[in-house]
Design a protein around this ligand. Structure first.
Ligand SMILES: Cc1cc2nc3c(=O)[nH]c(=O)nc-3n(C[C@H](O)[C@H](O)[C@H](O)COP(=O)(O)OP(=O)(O)OC[C@H]3O[C@@H](n4cnc5c(N)ncnc54)[C@H](O)[C@@H]3O)c2cc1C
Length: 413
């Protein structure tokens, strides 16, 4: 594919965010192409925990996390760890993260997150119906599991803070927990989010989304964008075998978006929180809904034909191979709940695209609306894909967005 191509809108990146944007823009009548070097949907969007986490209104950086940050980061076994080799390159991101964890910043970030996730569930229900994926969208809630009485007692204030931000959550005791999830070993209690949705197979749902994008007439250009440059006739995208000029470009390359954003004129402190999953094939996956033992930082998720344990955070950049140590710790954590499982059927690592304030970057480039940012969704990119698509569509149409986009502005740092 060496001949120069032209397009109305080029969406760069075919993860759940780019695909949702491409579908929405194509359905609105725009001429859209998708530029993605791999099979769409095989990045972070493939291996996540599948929760439509409209209850995840707390940023990763909070005053409590800040207090324990040094011990968390430098303990190789903690749910939030750092690769030693990456410490220097991550220092600027960590300093911003520490600032965003101060009480006033964390409160502002939580309020912005609450606004963003508020209608994620109905928008997902709409999207799933549109692409033939309603059977994958489960309406059985999600649970934070507290293993000790102290953790349960300490959760009251945190859950009230979520209620204050519009989240429906019930604190439940060990009996209620056992009634909801008889497959779990006894625990002190939990926080039940009864309205939460989850996907019983995120990979399959994103596959349906990719098919809907193709069916909407969006060509898939199988290439990586290395260079982005503005010209008089539009935005030029180039890479190996790629010469494309588009009137507009949506950058949706997940954790890989920082260099493209910089070439568009926006310096964004995007980095990655690496996350892992392990899966065990089984016909009945032991649980009815995603359960997160919060102190361990991963979810136990019932998926189609398998149990998936997904989560933990490892600050470690985009190039290093997966850490066998992190996978072993994840396996140990799961064994505390299900010692009968044996060796996992498969493992996976993915790159959460993360900003220090836990908010995505959505909106026009500071240099002009011919480049639109749509990445950086961290722990809730699956949740926010349809919300992001709606906001991107309003930027393209030049209409007023349905919520305040200032907290997501690329120039906010
Ligand atoms: C372990 C784990 C558990 C998670 N659990 C949840 C959860 O329960 N709920 C939730 O909401 N979120 C969850 N997340 C987060 C969520 O998965 C991500 O935020 C989301 O998938 C990001 O989507 P994306 O489309 O931005 O990125 P990706 O899915 O990574 O897609 C980016 C795409 O861009 C392409 N690309 C990269 N560079 C270029 C380039 N130069 N040119 C062209 N294309 C390019 C890549 O090939 C890739 O396909 C989890 C993440 C992890 C790792």
């Amino acid at each position: 594919m060496n001949e120069p191509l032209t397009a109305g809108i080029a969406v760069v990146g075919g993860g759940v965010v780019g695909l949702a944007c491409a579908l929405r823009l194509a359905k609105a009548g725009h001429e859209v192409v998708l530029v993605e070097p791999e099979t769409p949907g095989m990045g972070a969007s493939y291996g996540n925990a599948g929760t439509i986490a409209d209850y995840a209104v707390m940023p990763v950086g909070t005053p409590d996390v800040l207090k324990s940050l040094p011990s968390l980061l430098f303990d190789r076994n903690s749910p939030l760890a750092i690769r030693r080799a990456a410490i220097l390159s991550l220092a600027p991101w960590l300093m911003r993260f520490a600032w965003q964890s101060l009480p006033h910043r964390a409160a502002a970030n939580a309020a912005a997150l609450a606004t963003l996730v508020s209608d994620a569930a109905p928008l997902w229900a709409e999207l799933a119906a549109e692409i033939g994926g309603s059977a994958i969208l489960q309406h059985r809630g999600a649970i934070y599991v507290f293993e000790t009485a102290a953790a349960l007692a300490g959760a009251g204030a945190a859950m009230q803070a979520r209620r204050d931000l519009g989240v429906t959550v019930d604190l439940i005791d060990s009996q209620d927990l056992a009634a909801l999830e008889p497959g779990l070993p006894p625990a002190a209690g939990g926080a039940f989010f009864p309205k939460a949705l989850f996907l019983s197979d995120p990979g399959r749902m994103v596959g349906l989304l990719a098919k809907a994008v193709a069916d909407a007439g969006v060509p898939h250009i199988r290439a990586r964008v290395d260079r982005l440059r503005r010209g008089p006739d539009g935005v030029h995208l180039s890479g190996h075998g790629l010469h494309l000029t588009a009137r507009r470009v949506v950058i949706a390359a997940g954790a890989h978006s920082r260099d493209l954003a910089l070439q568009a004129g926006d310096r964004v402190p995007l980095d990655t929180e690496r996350g892992y999953h392990l899966e065990w094939d089984m016909p009945a996956p032991l649980l009815s809904r995603p359960c997160c033992p919060t102190s361990r930082g991963f979810y136990l998720c019932p998926m189609e034909g398998r149990l998936r344990a997904a989560g933990t955070v490892e600050l470690g950049g985009l190039t290093a191979p997966p850490s066998p140590h992190r996978l072993a710790r994840l396996n140990e954590g799961v064994s505390a709940f299900f010692p009968q499982l044996g060796a996992p059927s498969r493992s996976w690592m993915g790159f959460r695209p993360s900003l220090p304030d836990s908010l995505p970057v959505i909106g026009p480039s500071a240099e002009g609306p011919d480049v639109i940012h749509a990445y950086g969704h961290g722990h809730i990119g699956l949740t926010l894909a349809p919300v992001t698509a709606r906001l991107v569509e309003s930027v393209v149409a030049g209409t007023a967005p349905d919520r305040d986009m200032l907290p997501m502005h690329p120039g906010r740092f």
